[in-house]
Ligand binder design. Sequence first.
Ligand code: NI
Length: 198
Amino acid sequence: MRRYIGLAFAVVLAVAIAFGMRYMLGQQTASRSGGVGQVTIGGPFTLVNQDGKTVTDKDFRGRYMLVYFGYTFCPDVCPTSLATIADALDMIGKKADKVVPILITIDPERDTPAALKAYVPNFYPRLVGLSGSAAQIKAVAKEYRVYYARVDSESKDGNYLMDHSAITYLMGPDGKYVTHFSHGVKAEDMAKKLNSIL
Ligand code: NI
């Protein structure tokens, strides 16, 4: 009889250990997949390109996206950032083919697809300009944790400025965040980093 009790105890112990290990492995898998405590940048979007065509984030899969949020009326910050992106892409030669540079407007009221079409080629021939409804822009800005707000000034001509974050995001061929560049980064430094990643 004692033998059977001992055996039963051993079986219970083995089952308990097996469950415990499964639990721990489960926990590990959960943290590896990034569910806990990680800030995700980027995500799905539906917007309209400079040709008036509806595009989603999935249309860019397989290539890196270099994403910048700005607006065409921006007096200096956006032109500087877009020129830096263009210079950096010129510096990495053939590797630039793997990258789609994208300007997403945070001023869809004035930045219609037509306005973007006139604007983007001034910086880079392949620069994609994306606009959309106010709700679509709000959604994509939230995904990328981009801040923007209209600055109401006293200007008589009805023009206004937009306040906005000026970070350039590099997203991978799977659409996931890879790295970002702060405003003021030198084109040489952006090129160097792109070269090491691509
Ligand atoms: Ni700007």
